[in-house]
Design a protein around this ligand. Structure first.
Ligand code: F1P
Length: 350
């Protein structure tokens, strides 16, 4: 089978998978699942590993914005080694949300056991189910079947699921309607942008830096991880304006700097990208609307042109990082379906 077959198929099938997940979510009684642990009464603490940790960060940013109540994200290992600090019982007790595509990751299962030992109720969101689904009665299992080692549709589907859950509890009906428009939006954008990304990935880069602010920062993190995993390339991530404070010293003609431009920081963030272009970097930009200057300057420009609010567009932003990672890997003669040193699940013998 050709290199990358599973991964590219799963990336391109995300509109259908999202539709299936949204249809499932429409039928679920989400108030029964988490209503007595709403963000108004509990501090939602999103927990995951690897891609699922970046998903946790994107979900926490979404929950904070949708509910108006601060939510947090931590790697599962932080609960294992710093439980008291992580689960610090403030005025509002923590309500952990454990995120795991496989439901089999050792750190997540150990965190679940620690929470049960402390009588801390938690919710699990998963695709495969496995042991995690048996450790709590509060399980949100999404109909995502993913063969690839790297997480693609599982990341975006669980993000949509968590955004949908918080929006339902917060009575944000318009936001849910915006999520329901995303499958059609992505179906339209994939054939426009996928060929551009495949062509752009024929360039050679030594360093890749992904930049984002606000809820786009965890999306930049996940895009960088996709590039690392799918192409065994060195990729970093920064808050966009932080890139000036030292990391820009890496910029050369071999460097690729990609920015996911936010609405509120568009002018300042695009100025960073232009500065790196002047220093010799190749650049790519993803934005909902591109000004002519930004479009002309970037070596790869992806414009979404969507009417949905920025927070509802997060899942769509990450798709282009998924494709770039796979196409960079293929250009290097690697197989994104079998990333170097990686297994589909990290299990620890301890
Ligand atoms: C988490 C994870 C992924 C990583 C790789 C190994 O899996 O670390 O983030 O990309 O697939 O597993 P899970 O806990 O979400 O199943």
């Amino acid at each position: 089978m050709a290199y990358g077959t599973h991964t590219l198929r799963e990336i391109n099938q995300q509109p259908e998978v999202w539709q299936r997940c949204l249809d499932t979510l429409d039928r679920l009684d989400l108030h029964a699942l988490a209503g007595d642990r709403s963000p108004q009464s509990h501090e939602w603490l999103f927990v995951g590993c690897g891609t699922s940790y970046y998903l946790a960060q994107a979900a926490a940013a979404s929950a904070t914005a949708l509910s108006g109540i601060p939510a947090r994200a931590v790697p599962a290992s932080e609960i294992l080694f710093f439980a008291d600090q992580t689960l610090l019982v403030r005025q509002t007790p923590a309500f952990p949300i454990l995120i795991s595509r496989s439901g089999h990751t050792s750190e997540v299962l150990q965190a679940a056991e620690l929470l049960r030992h402390r009588n801390i109720d938690f919710l699990a969101i998963t695709c495969d189910g496995n042991e995690l689904a048996d450790l709590t009665p509060r399980v949100l299992r999404l109909p995502v079947i993913e063969e690839s080692t790297v997480m693609t549709s599982s990341f975006t589907s669980m993000l949509l699921g968590l955004q949908y859950l918080v929006a339902r509890l917060a009575g944000q009906t318009a936001f849910i309607e915006a999520l329901q428009e995303l499958p059609a939006a992505l179906s339209r954008l994939l054939p426009i942008n996928s060929p551009k990304i495949e062509l752009f990935a024929q360039n050679r880069f030594e360093d890749v830096s992904l930049l984002g602010q606000g809820p786009l920062f965890p999306v930049a993190c996940e895009a960088a991880l996709k590039i690392m995993e799918s192409s065994s390339s060195y990729a970093q991530y920064f808050h966009t304006l932080e890139f000036r404070h030292g990391p820009k010293s890496i910029v050369s003609s071999e460097t690729l700097v990609g920015a996911l431009l936010s609405e509120s920081g568009y002018a300042e963030e695009s100025a960073v990208l232009e500065e790196m272009k002047q220093l010799g970097a190749r650049t790519f930009v993803i934005a909902n609307h591109l000004t002519p200057a930004v479009r002309a300057s970037a070596d790869l420009a992806i414009e979404l042109g969507l009417t949905q609010p920025e927070l509802a567009r997060l899942a769509i932003y990450v798709v282009w990082g998924q494709l770039l990672g796979s196409y960079l890997g293929l250009r290097k003669g690697l197989d994104p379906d079998s990333p170097r040193h990686l297994n589909r699940v990290v299990t620890l013998s301890v």
